[in-house]
Design a protein around this ligand. Structure first.
Ligand code: FAD
Length: 451
């Protein structure tokens, strides 16, 4: 029988790769992991974690303004961008170390460097080749920027955490969640933010009412959102950068962020030469057990084009671990994956949009509510909260739950458990609310929308 250097070779030390390597090693497998940058991948270094820390930082601006209504008198708040950057960098370095410790503690062989497939069971880093029974591709994704004249002047999301100096004027191009989050964050931190999107509504794929409500709220916080806009050219001027729009308008900015989507990181990995099929976006095509078209090569996380979220990459990694070194194959259920968008206010969502629910279930009842939260009766803020439930008529099951409001992600996480368990609207109705909270509205909506 052929012998291998390792049972599993993981390419990429991000969310999915670290989880798969660590848990496989804990189950006795001989595991190596190659990472070409910092351990922790996108989420830890340039994604979820630093983004959420900056979102907290931005949130203080609202809190300072609202405090007066509750009797507080504060001096003029001053924001120190360099201190925030330094504190974030320290925390991220600590997390990189935690990841290293977890992998080393589990007995994973860590290799620093760019890895590629030499063949279906051989990984090459520099001149060195390692054989493995299974190879897991967990190389994530990277920002995609469309062709635009003056491209050298723009930045992508990876660069936003360390901008120097702080951009007084920020132009964000894109309408997805990353664009909306950075617009909200830098608006809160004090930048004058313009957001351009070529479509008519932000957040493609989210519930239609929620998309419109969020745009209104973001505008209320001071972001200048312009729809149906595209940039023809970016130039450098004496006073910064200038984006020339296809309709002839100009937008001046100190920084221009293109958050226009992400593509799988598969280039130069030797996948196609090894016979691994890629889809039209360059993602690894996998079956329900994350096997590619080559049985020894598997892929999890953003490198295959499913739901691109850290908890999804972690869950996929655990399916691989169980399949290769555990109880055997099982399948992940993606139906009620909850997710949040850390705009100001936040979005939390789980299950189907109204349109998707109508397409899948036929007749549905829709309950929705928009109100001013108790906090804002004294805060002076005009912020409003939006909540929506979509109920399958035939079964009474709640199949969609959407919220724009404070801590929406925290609220929706718990409801996601109920929805996965098949909770009906009658069960929501019979649940006692926690008063006074914003979340109680989800169990007190009684009248469906007409139609
Ligand atoms: P990654 O975490 O990207 O890891 C891939 C790793 O592979 C990287 O470390 C890379 O350096 C390494 N690598 C690539 N090629 C090679 C090679 N050839 N050899 C060696 N190493 C290689 N998700 C959420 O759930 N919540 C959020 O709030 C959230 N916010 C986000 C905000 C931003 C700005 C971005 C960009 C993403 C965000 N995400 C969020 C998405 C989340 O970060 C990803 O879904 C997740 O990191 C995917 O994990 P992964 O393991 O597939 O890839």
């Amino acid at each position: 029988m052929r012998t291998f250097d390792f049972d599993l070779f993981v390419i990429g030390g991000g969310s999915g790769g670290v989880r798969a390597a660590r848990m496989s090693a804990q189950r006795g497998a001989r595991v190596a992991l190659a990472e070409c940058a910092e351990l922790g991948g996108t989420c830890v270094n340039v994604g979820c974690i630093p983004k959420k820390l900056y979102s907290y930082a931005a949130g203080y601006a609202e809190s300072f303004e609202e405090a007066a209504g509750f009797g507080w008198r504060l001096g003029e708040p001053r924001f120190d961008w360099n201190r925030l950057k330094a504190n974030r960098a320290r925390e991220i370095t600590r997390l990189n170390g935690v990841y290293r410790g977890l992998l080393e503690g589990a007995g994973v062989t860590l290799i620093q460097g760019w890895a590629q497939l030499a063949d279906a069971q051989t990984v090459q880093i520099g001149e060195k080749k390692h054989t493995a029974r299974h190879v897991l591709v967990a190389t994530g994704g990277m920002p995609f920027v469309p062709e635009v004249a003056g491209r050298e002047h723009l930045v992508v999301s990876d660069a936003m955490f360390d901008l120097d100096p702080f951009p007084k004027r920020l132009l964000v191009v894109g309408g997805g969640y990353i664009a909306c989050e950075f617009a909200s964050i830098f608006n809160g931190l004090g930048a004058q933010v313009t957001q351009l999107y070529r479509g008519a509504h932000l957040l493609n794929g989210f519930d239609e009412d929620l998309r419109q409500f969020l745009a209104k709220e973001m505008t209320r916080t001071g972001i200048d959102i312009r729809f149906n806009c595209e940039i023809d050219m970016i130039t450098r001027t004496d006073s910064g950068l200038c984006a020339l729009l296809s309709r002839g308008q100009r937008v001046e900015a100190d920084t221009i962020l293109y958050a226009t989507g992400r593509v799988p990181n598969t280039q130069g990995l030797g996948l196609e030469a090894a016979g691994v099929a890629l889809d039209e976006r360059g993602g690894v095509v996998v079956d329900a057990h994350y096997r590619s078209s080559v049985p020894s090569v598997l892929a999890v996380g953003d490198v295959s084009t499913r739901q691109q979220l850290t908890p999804v990459a972690l869950a996929e990694a655990m399916v691989v671990v169980d399949t290769l070194f555990g109880k055997g194959p099982r399948q992940l259920d993606y139906e009620f994956t909850p997710t949040a968008v850390f705009t100001h206010p936040n979005i939390g969502t789980c299950g189907y949009t109204e349109a998707a629910a109508r397409a899948k279930f036929g007749k549905v009842s829709v309950f929705s509510s928009e109100f001013k939260a108790l906090r804002h009766t004294l805060s002076g803020s005009g912020e409003r909260t939006f909540m929506k439930l979509i109920v399958e008529h035939a079964s009474d099951r709640v199949v969609g739950l959407h919220m724009v409001g404070p801590d929406a992600g925290e609220v929706v996480q718990g409801f996601a458990v109920a929805m996965r368990a098949g909770a009906t609207k009658a069960m929501f109705d019979s649940t006692i609310g926690i008063h006074p909270t914003v979340a109680e509205e989800f169990v007190t909506m009684r009248e469906p929308m007409p139609g």
